[in-house]
Design a protein. Sequence first.
Length: 790
Amino acid sequence: MAKKAKTTNKTTDKQRFQKIKSFFGNRQTQTILGAFLVLFSIFLLSSFISYLFNWQQDQSQLDSFTDKKVTVNNLLGKIGASLSHLSIYKGFGIAAMYIPILLFFTGISIFLKGTLIKVRKFWGWGLLGMVWISISLAFFANKNALLAGVVGFELNSYLQQFLGKTGLILSLLFLLITYLVIRFKLTPEMVHSAVKSNKTALEDNEINNDKKEEHSEEIIPVISVPQPTVDIPLTKKPTPIFEKPDNELDFKIINSEEPKEENITIDVDNIVEENQVDENLSDQLVKDFGEFDPTLELGNYKFPTLNLLRDYNESISVDQEELEANKNRIVETLNNYNIGIDRIKATVGPTVTLYEIVPEAGVRISKIKNLEDDIALSLSAMGIRIIAPIPGKGTIGIEVPNKKPTMVSMKSVISSIKFQNSEMELPIALGKTISNETFVVDLAKMPHLLMAGATGQGKSVGLNAVLTSLLYKKHPAEVKFVLVDPKKVELTLFNKIERHYLAKLPDTDEAIITDTTKVINTLNSLCIEMDARYDLLKSAMVRNIKEYNVKFKARKLNPENGHKFLPYIVLVIDEFADLIMTAGKEVETPIARLAQLARAIGIHLIVATQRPSVNVITGIIKANFPARAAFRVTSKIDSRTILDTSGADQLIGKGDMLFSAGNDLIRLQCAFVDTPEVEKITDFIGSQRAYPDAHMLPEYSGEEIGTSLDIDISERDALFRDAALVIVHAQQGSASLLQRKLKLGYNRAGRLIDQLEAAGIVGPFEGSKARQVLVADEAALNFLLNNEEN
Ligand SMILES: Nc1ncnc2c1ncn2[C@@H]1O[C@H](COP(=O)(O)OP(=O)(O)OP(=O)(O)O)[C@@H](O)[C@H]1O
């Protein structure tokens, strides 16, 4: 209970956090907040400055804050004076001036939608600087109380107790150096070169000045020395260029060298460090906006509550008499066949009790297995199953049905800790094992499930249990169902959650598919979806949907490139036999293809049938459905068809089932969920805010897909021109862009893209990439469309 409450608390906390985040992410909020901060900072700064001149007079007035007669001199009135008093006198002294400055830059940043990362740094350094200054100025606090403020003064004297005055000064100095080194990357070399260049500049200035004084008259010829003299080697005696007396030439060389050194200085460009970001874009996006949350669109969605499910009186009662009688009969029967028993142990489950037998040494196990029917006869009960030996144990199991079976309610399995705490992708609480443990499996790992059983043995209840489990654990954004129900009655209730959880083909009214041709289209559409998802996985360089979604949530995949959060798709086919009989290969081929390939991209199949014959469950289907659930069937052959072994014919019906996910067979009592319970759950979900439509699967229209282009101008969509503008402005030809900008359905956006292709505005389909836009700008578009009309 406590854990549950904790989980609910966590979800509400998360939702609250999301709400706050979206409130502050809103541009209007940002503009108001930004403007407020800027103006408030001006208010503060003005009041601070005014306080510096009026603090002595104002201080004594602040006690009578509400008294009308008392006035203050501060430019910003009593509030200004109080805030200044608090920040400067009682706070950090004149270093408090940092506060309005920091607020000002924060406000500007929010107002202009700049990044807040720089501001954060600014605040960090600013606050440190403020404390540093106020502690440092506290050494002079006796000169003026405003220099350090109470905080600076107290901190200073507190620290002095530990470090002494000199120690504190040295520490402050160390902090200053650290600050300069970290903030401005200052090194001794830099200081040295700066001092040197300053010195040289000074000396040069002095020399120049001296020379000016010494040679104030001779300087004129120097200036007039022509440029070629510069190239004369200094060591050699220079060749006279001008026919002038020697002494003049000497003079010239000296002078020609000097300007060379003076004028030809090397200009070292400042080393401009390339701008670098502290963190990569996706981390920054995650920091600014948080991880992408697919559930945000239905942020207020509430998961169905446990009280929608019914309580059945289901505590297992151990009937000692029955146990004793069964034990005696087992021992007796085995003794009749000369099989001695060492020990016997009973585990009472909801429908059957497992008697674990340790036979005497030397008894062959196959002997017991062969006596299965005889033992069953002498126990005069149907549904005896002998497990010889129990895998992993050296014992032999005999499962004997209880006289009074206990129902396993859906509520008991859904509320189990095992299910509630499961971290699985698609957890399914199928029922309870023979030792009364809740059995939870991950559909994503199976990855497809085949369910079979004779009519009336609990298949439909089993399907409902699977769907209910997922509804209790997965948000509508995370999983979508494609429901195929040729019997037209079993899954109808799920119609109510169409816009939350169902996926359907575009242009269809009913999400639950009942007729065969639609099934074929849907299966093929799922194949298209599968291929598209593979393309997305490939371009995201991940191996499966889980990694893909993690990457997408971490904002490492750009939605502009067609990436989107991928919900799991669970295809449920009730009565598969009907389909195979009517459509044969047409359904078998896409189902086999999906079953073979769809596991990595999050499409999982659950196929149920009452006729487990080999022409329904063909080799191809079987090979791709390693997870199988068998309810009671009528013959051993049927059992072999489903499970590759007998056993399902020995079940007792009413949800008694065998589950195999590879090698081991597990006997389970399927959880029972009644139609009224399913109705309550679907009503609960259906009454909440939903998506505008069911999840749209890609369009599949038989053979001619993708070849028909609407060439006829008169048949163009009314939004054709708007769509063209959107595409040309964004320079990106994607249907999802149109869906978003023009608020269109998938179908209409797809048709518009086709029409734009026919008009030569976008290029042809290029897989998962957006189509190329062939028109450069609005002017070119207008020209093209006007030309068309003419
Ligand atoms: N897990 C269960 N626990 C208890 N009773 C069950 C369970 N599953 C089924 N039953 C009983 O068996 C009846 C038939 O179940 P269900 O409708 O699921 O059969 P089915 O195999 O789907 O039959 P069909 O193929 O004819 O639709 C239920 O009405 C219920 O009384």
